[in-house]
Write a protein that binds this ligand. Structure first.
Ligand code: G3P
Ligand code: CA
Length: 310
């Protein structure tokens, strides 16, 4: 079977195979990062999904941040509200359901929880892994503001992976909105004294670079779907040391080289891989000495695997 995390034996040389099969030697804890919270068991990016991820033993909650029409920061993944809320029912006359065309007060009128029972997106309700009482709790859940999410994380003594969703539109508008987004994010982090508790990632690398200029104490990560030609140079050029790389990128030779090169750059550099739910792939990843963490929809499963391999 061809592995996602170790190159196929057809291509691999023996030295690489030995290296990748070695048990992790470094002292750093392998990071369990909950993708949009425990989104296999609760409506993604809601406070309940975050709490469930914490209870599952995740080290960090990864969630997506966007700007509303009135320039507030909210935690929601899709650009539009259609999939995870009842926006079409509550606002039937709207011509579009983009997050950035709704004010925060409008967004707060939406039910971002009921869709989960109707869709059962991971089949976990059908498998009996979500109780009727839990389903009841999901009804009427709100899209949280960034402030609410960070406060919950602060109260729990936990960590956040804030993913800033790239902005769209003419360059001048994007630049202006990015500045609003970054300054508000930094204001919140500072007011909650959470600089050491937050990792900020984005597919828009210029946003991460700008954020680091505004506050060099804040940790940034580059999100990448495809492997990069010279990863360490690229991270350095963007003033960050963490690469959040897609699992599919690791299926390529370049992806494999990326994790090895970043690992060799030093202890402070790291690679987290998204999104991995398969138990076999989780096991391989946890014992792969080049990787630092996984982003998963199943944080309880990953917790068990990490505990079993220690
Ligand atoms: O942060 C990793 C992953 O969440 C990026 O993709 O679409 O799930 O936000 P997406
Ligand atoms: Ca995300």
């Amino acid at each position: 079977m061809v592995s996602v995390f170790v190159r196929s034996p057809v291509h691999i040389n023996w030295r690489c195979r030995l290296e990748t099969s070695m048990v992790r030697e470094r002292q750093k804890k392998f990071l369990n990062i909950a993708h949009r919270g425990a989104r296999s068991l609760a409506p993604e990016n809601t406070l309940i999904a975050g709490k469930k991820a914490y209870e599952a033993g995740a080290d960090m909650w990864e969630f997506d941040v966007q700007l509303t029409a009135d320039r507030e920061l909210v935690v929601v993944h899709d650009r539009t509200l259609n999939r995870t809320t009842n926006a079409e029912e509550v606002f039937p006359d709207r011509t579009n359901y983009r997050v950035d065309s709704f004010d925060l007060t409008e967004i707060k009128q939406l039910d971002a929880g009921s869709w989960f029972e109707a869709e059962d997106p991971f089949g976990e309700i059908n498998r009996g892994n979500v109780s009727p009482a839990e389903l009841q709790d999901f009804l009427g859940m709100k899209i949280p503001s960034l402030s609410e999410v960070l406060k919950l994380i602060k109260d729990l003594g936990w960590k956040a992976n804030v993913e800033l969703k790239p902005l769209e539109g003419p360059a001048a508008t994007v630049e202006n909105l990015a500045s609003v987004m970054l300054r508000e994010l930094l204001r919140l982090i500072k007011s909650l004294d959470m600089v050491d508790d937050v990792l900020v990632s984005s597919f828009d690398h210029s946003m991460v670079r700008e954020l680091r200029k505004l506050n060099p104490d804040l940790t940034g990560a580059l999100l990448q779907k495809e492997a990069i030609a010279r990863p360490v140079e690229y991270l350095d050029a963007n003033d960050v040391k963490i690469l959040n790389l897609s699992a599919s990128a690791l299926e390529t030779d370049r992806g494999f080289n990326n994790i090895r090169e970043v690992d060799r750059a030093g202890e402070e550099y790291g690679v987290n891989v998204w999104t991995v739910n398969d138990p076999g792939k989780m096991k391989e990843a946890v014992s792969n000495k080049y990787l630092d963490g996984l982003i998963t929809d199943y944080p309880a499963r990953l917790s068990g695997i990490i505990a079993g391999q220690r």
